[in-house]
Ligand binder design. Structure first.
Ligand SMILES: [Zn+2]
Length: 667
């Protein structure tokens, strides 16, 4: 939290002290009684709960996604009343005094964003150093780099233009000479910088983490995981990022465990210079049922990709088995839970040992209790809600496992040889032998530039549409009933078309740019479906004014069943062939045209409607686990006080549920 803003932790503590009971602060007070004692109207009460749940979920009073500040809707008097009515009034009042101005302040405006101090923005990676310049940050970095000192777990304080302190996250207050250069660091070139190395930043929470890891190690269940935990402990105790790298290697080597866990200073999104990482950690359980289906699919991938529409010369010679795991998140300690992750980030570990590509299933499929299924005709909403999760599972599997892994790049090797036969390989788009390919040193990224990542997502999404009627794949996923087989094909196309409409949220008509690679891809596929008669937009307009009130994307089921595969096959050939023959220019033209919204209505009124109907970003109510004594039938309860049975505590999906979950966590 304190990596974001100087007040984040105090606001967090204030909220927990308002709602925690005096006898046991990890237990909630009687919420109804608190509202009555504080004499709050229902609206004030709900607004206070809204703010509280948002702060806890973002671990900050800034949005984890977007990094802008939010303030309570209710006036300060509401929180003041809660402070007085709380069961820990002295503690709450002291915290309230510290944060009340900051919680509501909307000035100066630049401080409402997390960002570079040089632009007036806030970043507690540079505490008490609002005057630190970009150049100074980079100069210090150069000195650290020269000493091979990772700055991922650090913050930087400026004392003067030549004197700085590098705060290192660790439990201990002494630095091991085996790991760290001696302090202070001095730069060899002008300006002469002095950089003091100061350990024990965040020592209290890291000490708690280490204590929990010692407990976790007892249940690690394998030597490799025990070693990994030892490396984590070494990293957090001593501030040694080398140990974190070692832990990351062991994590990658630990193939297909039942419980996955990764933690530490990992992602550098919050630091405006991307030099310093945010501490986070998750525990997840592998979705065995889905993972088994993935495995069966990958086992048959070599054979399945042969049926893709571009033909053998454009298909990979050897299918590279992708790494892909479906996880159900049990707990994610972070301000914003992602839907998928590809870690570790250490480039050398990825090269030497590998990485894990992970889909967080229960984050992707989470629905708010009253979520409207937008842009789907009311008569189809029930069917949609019955089928969307499993349709999405099939789509993701085909996209990740067969989509990204398929299709060959035609290449000329350094010695002048080719991985294809230039004379006999016919380009299906021209009917003539191929005229271009990747020269030595050229890559897909270097040839396709701005369209590279989105077109690749489009190709993978289209592969998934193409394969949704494949009987062999459907059988793996348990679809053998003819009616189910028809339904899932239809639903796959319908889900795609709905995503294509919602993609307008990320499209900016002024710059004609898409802000998100996957959504651009989905809009492109939807336009292709519309142009080929698979889908159409049904507009609902006000009778008198003619304004667009609602819209439904309608997919022609009969057409999907009869022609869907063929139509998507054509799109796939357009993209794959250009990709295979390194035709970056041709691809850019084709792809930009494909992903330009289908009409003026889409760019204007429909986009406005999409933005009006945009769903609020979800906050997640996370469960907790506790150990309870096991009770065997017929025997006395275990005398072990902590117990040896894991019990899952779930909470209602409400603001109060969020608050209870954080209170019970007791951190
Ligand atoms: Zn993808």
């Amino acid at each position: 939290m304190n990596q974001w803003t100087p007040k984040a932790e105090q606001i967090y503590d204030l909220i927990l002290s308002l709602f925690g009971s005096a006898a046991d602060p990890s237990k909630p007070v009687d919420f109804t009684a608190l509202q009555q004692t504080a004499q709050l109207s229902q609206l004030e009460w709900e607004e206070a709960l809204d703010y509280s749940a948002q702060v806890l979920s973002n671990l900050c009073n800034y949005k984890s996604f977007g990094a802008t500040k939010f303030i309570p809707r209710c006036p300060p008097s509401t929180f003041h009343a809660l402070v007085s009515a709380s069961q820990q009034p002295a503690k709450a009042a002291a915290l309230w005094e510290l944060v009340k101005d900051d919680m509501y302040s909307l000035e100066p405006v630049p401080l409402l964003d997390i960002g570079k101090p040089s632009a007036g923005h806030l970043s507690n990676y540079y505490p008490n150093s609002q005057d630190i310049s970009d150049l100074e940050i980079n100069l210090v970095q150069a000195v650290c780099d020269a000493h091979q000192l990772s700055t991922l777990n650090t913050r930087l304080v400026k004392h003067s233009p030549t004197e700085f302190s590098l705060l290192i996250a660790s439990v201990t207050d002494t630095l091991s000479p085996d790991v760290f250069p001696s302090s202070p660091l001095k730069s060899t070139s002008q300006p002469q910088l002095t950089i003091h190395l100061k350990p024990s930043d965040f020592s209290k929470p890291l000490n708690q983490v280490c204590a929990a890891l010692v407990e976790a190690k007892k249940h690690s269940g394998s030597e490799i995981r025990a070693q990994m935990i030892d490396e984590y402990i070494k990293c957090f105790k001593e501030g040694d990022m080398g140990a974190h790298k070692a832990a990351s290697k062991l994590w990658v080597k630990d193939v297909s465990p039942v419980v996955e866990s990764y933690l530490g200073h990992i992602e550098a999104y919050v630091d405006p210079f991307a030099l310093r990482a945010e501490w986070e950690g998750f525990t997840a359980i592998v979705n065995k049922d889905l993972s088994l289906k993935f495995e069966q699919l990958v086992n048959r991938a070599e054979h399945l990709v042969q049926c893709l529409p571009w033909g053998k010369p454009f298909e990979v010679d050897v299918f590279r088995r992708p790494d892909f795991t479906a996880l159900e998140i049990l707990n994610f300690a972070t301000g914003g839970i992602p839907a998928g992750i590809n870690i570790p980030n250490y480039f050398d570990v990825r090269e030497s040992t590998g990485f894990k590509n992970v889909s967080l299933v229960n984050i992707l499929s989470a629905k708010a209790p009253d979520e409207e299924i937008t842009f789907i005709h009311p008569s189809e909403r029930e069917l949609y809600s019955q089928w969307d999760t499993r349709t999405f599972d099939l789509q993701v599997a085909n996209h990740e496992l067969l989509g990204h892994g398929s299709g060959k790049l035609l290449q000329e090797n350094k010695d002048g040889s080719f991985n294809f036969d230039p004379k006999t390989t016919i380009n299906p788009l021209t009917g003539k032998p191929v005229e271009s390919w990747y020269k030595p040193g050229e890559t897909y990224g270097s040839k396709f530039g701005v369209v590279a990542s989105s077109m690749e997502e489009c190709r993978a999404e289209a592969v998934a549409l193409y394969l949704c009627s494949n009987i062999e794949i459907l059988k793996i996923f348990g679809y053998e009933d003819p009616h189910d087989i028809e339904t899932i094909q239809y639903m796959t196309f319908l889900l795609m078309a709905r995503a294509g409409v919602r993609a307008l949220e990320w499209y900016d008509p002024k710059t004609q740019k898409h802000g998100q690679a996957h959504m651009q891809a989905r809009l492109g596929i939807t336009k292709w479906m519309i142009n080929h008669g698979l889908a159409q937009l049904e507009e609902v307009r006000a009778p008198e004014t003619g304004t667009l009130e609602d819209a439904y994307i309608r997919v022609n089921k009969q057409m999907v069943l009869e022609k869907g595969k063929e139509i998507i096959g054509k799109l796939l050939v357009e993209m794959q062939i250009r990709k295979s023959i390194a035709d970056g220019k041709g691809a850019e033209k084709f792809y930009n045209e494909l992903t330009t919204p289908p009409s003026q209505v889409w760019e204007g009124e429909l986009r406005d409607l999409v933005i009006r109907k945009k769903q609020a970003r979800k906050i997640f109510v996370q469960p907790n686990t506790v150990l309870v004594p096991s009770v065997d039938a017929g025997s006395a309860p275990s005398t072990n006080h902590d117990g040896d049975q894991v019990h899952l505590i779930d909470y209602p999906t409400t603001n109060i549920g969020v608050i209870e979950s954080f209170l019970n966590r007791n951190v």
